[in-house]
Design a protein around this ligand. Sequence first.
Ligand SMILES: [Mg+2]
Length: 131
Amino acid sequence: MANDSGKKIFIIDDDKFLLDMYSLKFNKAGYDVKTADSTEEALKTIRDGYEPEIVLCDIVMPGLDGLDMVGAIRKEKLISKSVIIMLTNQGASEDIAKAQKLSVDGYIVKATTIPSEVLTEVEKITKSKKV
Ligand SMILES: [Mg+2]
């Protein structure tokens, strides 16, 4: 979508195949894509000053999981203007509750959502937040 072109999106997932797939999808749609395959790398990038408009983050990852990473972001008051969307294959209500507690902006279950739908979902969530 033209009005979303150039928007910075940070995609974090330990699954490199998915990371490439989503990266390609958002790149083609005109986004300025940055990726990280671990929460450790992602946190470092954010602490170093990277401020994406959108963060698309997997939950189940080795080490610090996606929700714990968002917890650290909140605690350190980093990227407070970014729209944070959790991307996971777990539809566990426990995760959704935890995500809501962290004031996450959206939640996409990737097992039931193909990449083009993920793009559509992200745009829908982003639009509702008027980024
Ligand atoms: Mg994962």
